[in-house]
Design a binder for this molecule. Structure first.
Ligand code: SF4
Length: 338
C-alpha cells in the first residue's frame, strides 16, 4: 500500500476545490471497495478526501412526490427506511441482496454507484488488465471468464458492474445528482455507468473533479408488482451471475407499464426500452415475458466459460417478471429461490 495524503472536506464546495487542486486524489466515504483496492495496489490515490462529514445523509420527499436520497446515506439505512420499504420495495430488496450486513452498514449510496468490477484479473497486478493499466491487454478474454459479461462487451474488456442497487435504480428510472466546478447537473442512472469500448478504465460519466450529491427517485415506485432476483454461486455474500429487477403496473392481467433491468451481465445495468415497449398492453403471460427476455438478450455473446449465463438470464427474466405479476416478490431474507 502506498503513502497518501489526507484531507477532510468541510462541505461539498470544499470537496470540489480539493479534487480540483489535487489531481489523482480520490473521495472516500465508507471505503468498502477503495481500501481493498489500495491494499492490493490497484488504486494508488495521491490523496484521500474524506467526505464522511458532508451533510448528504437525508432522505427527503421531492415536490413531485419522489424521493431525494443523499449520497452518504448508508445502504442499510436506505433499505430499511420506511418510505423506501413502502414505496420502493424493489430498491430495498436489491440492496438487501448485496454484500453482508456489516458492509451494507458502512457502504454509502454514492460509493455503491462508484464500486469497481470484481474481475479477478483487475485485482491481480501481476496480470495484464486494460481497466487497471490501459493498453496492457485483457487477461479475461483468453482466461477464466465464467463471471464475465455477455452484453455490451468490447475487445478491450468483458468485465461486469458488481452493484445490485444500481440494477433496481435503473429499473426505477432514478437520476444521479452531481456537483462540480461548473455547477450542478443530473443524469439518468442508465447513463451514469459506461460500456467498456476502448476505454474500460473509465467506469462512469462522472468527471474526476465532480462529486455525487444525491440520487432522485421518481414518484412511480411499482410497490405492488415488483421482484428482484439474484442468481449467484452461493445464496449470500456473493456477486451476481445474473440478477433481474422487474417492475410492472397492471390493469387486471394487462401490462400498463413494465421495467426490467439486468445485473451481472454487462459493464452497466442493462435495460432494453424495446423489451419494455413490447410488454406494454400485453397480457402478463409466460409467452410475452419470454419475448421480452429475447429482446433484452439480443446481441448476447458468450466467452469460453460463461455461455450458461445466456440461458440463465433468459429463465431468470421470465421468472422475475412472473413473480412481479403475481405480487410474490423474491424474498431476500429466506435464502432460497422462490
Ligand atoms: Fe481487466 Fe476488464 Fe479484462 Fe477484467 S475483463 S482483465 S477488468 S480489461
Amino acid at each position: 500500500m502506498i503513502n497518501f495524503q489526507y484531507s477532510r472536506a468541510s462541505d461539498v464546495a470544499d470537496a470540489i476545490l480539493l479534487l480540483t487542486a489535487h489531481p489523482g486524489a480520490k473521495l472516500i466515504a465508507g471505503g468498502t471497495n477503495l481500501i481493498d483496492l489500495m491494499k492490493e495496489n490497484v488504486e494508488e490515490p495521491s490523496r484521500l478526501i474524506d467526505i464522511t462529514r458532508l451533510p448528504l445523509r437525508k432522505i427527503e420527499e421531492t415536490p413531485d412526490g419522489g424521493l431525494r436520497i443523499g449520497a452518504l446515506v448508508p445502504n442499510s439505512d436506505l433499505a430499511y427506511d420506511p418510505l423506501i420499504e413502502q414505496r420502493y420495495p424493489l430498491l430495498a430488496s436489491a440492496i438487501l441482496a448485496g454484500a453482508s450486513a456489516q458492509l451494507r452498514n458502512m457502504a454509502s449510496v454514492g460509493g455503491n454507484l462508484m464500486q469497481r468490477t470484481r474481475c479477478a484479473y483487475f485485482y491481480d497486478t501481476s496480470t495484464p488488465c486494460n481497466k487497471r493499466a490501459p493498453g496492457s491487454g485483457c487477461s479475461a478474454i483468453e482466461g477464466l471468464n465464467r463471471n464475465h459479461a455477455i452484453l455490451g462487451t468490447s475487445s478491450s474488456c468483458i468485465a461486469t458492474n458488481p452493484s445490485d442497487m444500481s440494477v433496481a435504480l435503473a429499473a426505477l428510472g432514478a437520476l444521479v445528482h452531481i456537483a462540480g466546478p461548473s455547477g450542478e447537473r443530473a443524469m439518468a442512472l442508465t447513463e451514469f455507468h459506461r460500456l467498456p469500448d476502448d476505454t474500460p478504465h473509465v467506469d462512469t460519466n462522472l468527471e474526476a473533479d465532480e462529486i455525487i450529491t444525491a440520487i432522485e427517485l421518481p414518484p412511480r415506485g411499482f410497490a405492488r408488482n415488483y421482484s428482484f432476483l439474484k442468481i449467484r454461486d452461493r445464496l449470500s455474500y456473493a456477486f451476481a451471475l445474473v440478477s433481474v429487477a422487474a417492475a410492472l403496473e397492471l390493469d387486471g392481467n394487462a401490462i400498463r407499464e413494465a421495467r426490467v433491468a439486468l445485473g451481472g451481465v454487462a459493464h452497466k445495468p442493462w435495460r432494453s426500452l424495446e423489451a419494455e415497449t413490447a410488454l406494454r398492453g400485453q397480457a402478463a403471460t409466460t409467452e410475452h415475458f419470454s419475448r421480452a427476455a429475447d429482446l433484452l438478450l439480443q446481441g448476447a455473446r458468450a466467452q469460453a466459460h460463461n455461455g450458461f449465463k445466456i440461458e440463465l438470464a433468459r429463465r431468470a427474466i421470465v421468472r422475475t417478471l412472473m413473480q412481479a405479476a403475481n405480487a410474490t416478490p423474491q424474498s431476500q431474507a429466506h435464502k432460497k429461490i422462490a
